[in-house]
Write a protein that binds this ligand. Structure first.
Ligand code: ZN
Length: 274
C-alpha cells in the first residue's frame, strides 16, 4: 500500500515534469473507483494549466488555473509520467492524463483510489475525508505540546493512538514501529502517560523517519519518469519492523513482535522503555 513517503515522492516527480504545462485532456478507460470518475473529466482538464500539486495526508491536490483534480492512490494505485506516444497499455492502466509531451498514467489493480474534479482549492480541502485528517507530520502544528494535549485522556497504547491517523497523518504501521524505536518508547505505554520530553523525542523521530523514507524512496524510485519504470513500492530499511527474533541494531537484544489492534508491532524490549 502506498504510504505518505511514496505519495510525497509521486508529488515531487509529477511536479518536476509537469508544472506549468497545459493539459490536453484525458483518456478514461475505467470509471469504477472508490469515488466514480466524472464522465466529463477529460473536458474539465482540457486547456487547463497545472500550477502546483499539494499533498494533504495521502491525497494529491492538483491545482490548475481553473479547477482542481483530487486524487488518491488507495491500496494499490501508482501514478507515472511517461513520454507521449507510449502506447503499450497494460491491464489496470485505467486513466491517462495528457500533457502534450508527457502523459500521466494511473494504474490501480484494486481500484480503491480515485480521481475527481472540484471547482476550487477550497472545495477540495472541504471534502469530508480531508477535513477529518490529523495534522501534517512536517507542519509546525505537529509538536510535543499538541500531542500532550491530544493524548491527555487517551489511555490506549501509544502505538494504537498514533496509528489511527486522527492526531497526525502519515504514520503507517511500519513508520509507527520505527519512530517509537528511535524515540526509545515502548509501544505499550498508555498515550496519556508520556511526558512532554518523551513526546518531543517522538515528534522528532516521526519527522526523521518519514524524511529518511522520502529520501531513501526518492533514490530507489529514480526511474519514476520512464516507460519501463518499476511499478512497485519501495521497502524501508527498517531497524525493527519485520525483524522479529533478530538483534536490535543498538543493543543486540532480540526484537519482539506483538499484536496491537490487529496490527503487528515490532520493538526492542531493552531500548524501548515504559
Ligand atoms: Zn535495543
Amino acid at each position: 500500500m502506498p504510504e505518505l513517503p511514496e505519495v510525497e515522492i509521486t508529488r515531487r516527480g509529477l511536479l518536476k515534469q509537469l508544472k506549468g504545462r497545459k493539459c490536453k485532456g484525458a483518456m478514461v478507460r475505467e470509471t469504477r473507483f472508490r469515488k466514480p470518475t466524472p464522465l466529463d473529466l477529460s473536458q474539465k482538464l482540457t486547456e487547463k494549466r497545472l500550477l502546483d500539486i499539494h499533498r494533504r495526508g495521502k491525497y494529491l491536490v492538483w491545482e490548475f488555473d481553473e479547477g482542481v483534480l483530487l486524487s488518491h492512490l488507495g491500496m494499490s494505485g501508482v501514478l507515472r509520467v511517461l513520454p507521449a506516444g507510449t502506447r503499450s497499455v497494460q491491464k489496470h492502466d485505467h486513466i491517462d492524463i495528457n500533457f502534450g509531451d508527457w502523459i500521466v498514467r494511473y494504474h490501480d489493480p484494486r481500484r480503491f483510489g480515485f480521481m475527481i474534479w472540484l471547482p476550487t482549492l477550497e472545495a477540495a480541502y472541504h471534502v469530508p475525508e480531508i477535513l477529518s485528517l490529523g495534522v501534517e507530520p512536517f507542519s509546525e502544528q505537529f509538536n510535543a505540546r499538541y500531542l500532550k494535549e491530544s493524548f491527555s485522556k487517551i489511555h490506549s497504547p501509544i502505538k494504537v493512538a498514533l496509528l489511527g491517523g486522527k492526531y497526525v497523518v502519515g504514520v503507517g504501521n511500519i513508520y509507527c514501529s520505527e519512530s517509537l524505536f528511535r524515540a526509545g518508547i515502548n509501544p505499550k505505554v498508555p498515550a496519556c502517560k508520556l511526558s512532554l520530553k518523551r513526546l518531543e523525542a517522538l515528534v522528532r523521530s516521526i519527522k526523521e523517519v518519514l524524511s529518511d523514507a522520502i529520501e531513501q524512496g526518492g533514490s530507489t524510485l529514480k526511474d519514476f519518469v520512464s516507460a519501463e519504470g518499476n511499478k512497485g513500492y519501495f521497502t524501508l530499511n527498517a531497524s525493527v519492523y519485520g525483524r522479529e527474533g533478530g538483534p536490535c541494531p543498538v543493543c543486540g537484544t532480540k526484537i519482539k513482535k506483538i499484536i496491537q489492534a490487529e496490527r503487528a508491532t515490532y520493538f526492542c524490549p531493552t531500548c524501548q522503555k515504559n
